[in-house]
Design a protein around this ligand. Structure first.
Ligand code: FAD
Length: 510
């Protein structure tokens, strides 16, 4: 049976009523998923598309946790190959291909990346990197991703390298290496697309639902101030860095990764990502990634986080200084604090059974699926890129039904896109795929919705209205932080806030 993919305010009310009546009727659902990041959304989609009756409970909002703080790459796992984690690299290459070809081609684009070879770099080091990229090419080919999507890597002359990244220090540049990987339009939008696709198979996606206790057969949840018991046949916990709170035998070692946002013009609008090897740290790189809307994303750190897990982590001044320093080493004009227009940090959910020791960058990124004594299955670790495979493994632990997601397009991936849409809608095609025509129709008779929410800000009014009407957003924060990402650049958020609030006031109570 096919359901609407829209997460409307009315649907949330119906889903809450369904939960409240479960106990009265003495019935139970097949599966409760705890956590609405990419992993939980992926599990909900996997299970619902197998025909199971699914409820997803998320404490705050879709993509509230780590899933919105990633580098927004769908990567082939080259780094894992270098560390000898061949299985992780293979899984990444396969899932990247699936996402780019069938599952979410509207949200994942090919991205060129350039590794500059500077005077003073060892010839041996460059040869090892070239060999690594060629191994990545092989992995891509074996994984079935065509070269027209992700072309072969190749060596570049210094002049060609400057053509891709014009801000490099030409005097010190000897040559470059060009390769290709996948770039996500927006990590939080991927989560929303997966969750809505799950909803189209009947999954009940309920945000603002904090789970306060669970066993393998029941979940206690606090929703809008009411405590509700949800009887269920199985529970899958997909709460990322909070995994220990559901299974204390697990050990989570959160590792913080921070990013800085720069204006693309500061680096003369690079056409490729810049990858800079970190001296004396084998296999570690800093990068500057071209992002949509004239932004660049520079990162990334890897530091241990002692003590309590913050709900929203923040970059430290020393992380910020480190990123700027690493990137500046290859630029003609070093970047400084004044160039930073936004910043964010995320916590990698690196999970082991028992106590973990050693530096966080050495812990395997492979995911973990584990059932505790009460029957709760935990899925944790992994990456955005491999969310589908993680979900498959987790649902296999509770169901014999066959997984059908390997070729299943997400909402917006199928059907007609740009051809007949007006010019002002090109951003919508990028972010909503084939659903862009719905947003265009919504904005047709309303100039406020067709316009950007502030001068020099790319977000259109209709994105605010659509977030509330169809994407499960329930507040100003949901809209600016996780549906439109306005908050990534605080100056843009400040400029846009009055218009966003104006549209919200009209939309919420319609
Ligand atoms: C800095 C950084 C960069 C990264 N870059 C990439 C990249 O480029 N590509 C890539 O593939 N991967 C990347 N990753 C990895 C990837 O982002 C994570 O593996 C992934 O997002 C984890 O998702 P998750 O759903 O498991 O956890 P989360 O996204 O943290 O989701 C967990 C959810 O559970 C909810 N929750 C917690 N407790 C409860 C409760 N009691 N009741 C209800 N809900 C609860 C939280 O609110 C949260 O929304 C990166 C990670 C980091 C940190």
């Amino acid at each position: 049976m096919q359901f609407s993919a829209d997460l409307t305010p009315q649907r949330r009310q119906q889903d809450l009523q369904f939960l409240q009546e479960l106990q009265i009727r003495g019935s139970r659902v097949d599966l409760v998923v705890v956590g609405g990041g990419i992993t939980g959304a992926g599990v909900a989609l996997d299970a619902a598309s197998r025909g199971l009756q699914v409820v997803l409970l998320e404490g705050v909002d879709l993509a509230f946790g780590t899933s919105r703080w990633s580098s927004k790459l769908v990567h082939g796992g080259l780094r894992y190959l270098a560390n000898g984690q061949v299985h992780v690299a293979w899984e990444s290459a396969v899932e990247r291909g699936r996402l780019m070809r069938r599952i979410a081609p509207h949200l994942v684009q090919p991205m060129a990346q350039v590794l500059p070879i500077m005077r003073g770099d060892s010839a041996r080091g460059a040869a090892i990197m070239r060999a690594g990229l060629m191994a990545g090419d092989l992995l891509r080919a074996f994984a079935g991703t065509p070269g027209r999507l992700l072309p072969h890597s190749r060596r570049l002359t210094a002049e060609q390298t400057m053509g891709w990244v014009p801000a490099l220090a030409r005097r010190d540049l000897k040559a470059g290496l060009l390769s290709w990987d996948g770039r996500l339009e927006d990590d939080a939008r991927l989560v929303v697309a997966v969750a809505r696709t799950a909803a189209s198979f009947g999954a009940r996606i309920i945000t603002g639902a904090q789970v306060t206790g669970a066993t393998g057969t029941g979940v206690s949840v606090l929703i809008d101030g009411s405590a509700i018991e949800v009887p269920t046949r199985s529970v899958i916990s997909a709460v990322g860095v909070w995994a220990e709170s559901f299974d204390p035998t697990l050990s989570v070692t959160p590792s913080q990764g921070s990013h800085l946002l720069l204006a693309a013009e500061r680096l003369d609008h690079p056409r490729a990502a810049l990858t800079v090897p970190v001296p004396d740290m084998h296999g570690r790189y800093c990068f500057v990634l071209p992002r949509p809307d004239n932004l660049l994303l520079a990162g990334i750190t890897d530091i241990e986080v002692p003590g309590a897990i913050p709900s929203v982590p923040t970059p430290t001044p020393s992380e910020e200084a480190w990123i700027l320093q690493q990137v500046s080493r290859v630029l003609a004009r070093p970047v400084s604090e004044q160039d930073v227009i936004g910043r964010f940090a995320g916590l990698r959910p690196l999970v082991t059974v028992g106590d973990a020791h050693g530096p966080t960058s050495d812990i395997s990124r492979r995911h973990l699926v584990r059932r505790d004594d009460s029957g709760i299955v935990t899925i944790a670790g992994g990456k955005l890129t491999t969310y589908r495979r993680m979900a498959q493994d987790a649902v296999d632990a509770i169901s014999d039904r066959k997984c059908v997601t390997a070729d299943l397009p997400l909402i917006g991936a199928d059907g007609d896109t740009a051809a007949t849409l007006p010019d002002w809608a090109s951003r919508l095609v990028r972010r909503y795929g084939s659903e862009a025509s719905r947003l265009v129709a919504m904005a047709q008779d309303d100039a406020l919705l067709r316009e950007p929410v502030a001068p020099q800000v790319p977000v259109l009014g209709v994105e605010i209205a659509f977030a509330i009407a169809c994407e499960g957003a329930r507040s100003f924060d949901d809209v600016v932080q996780r549906r439109t990402r306005l908050s990534l650049v605080p100056a843009q958020l400040a400029a846009a806030e009055p218009r966003v609030r104006e549209i919200l006031a009209r939309t919420v109570y319609q």
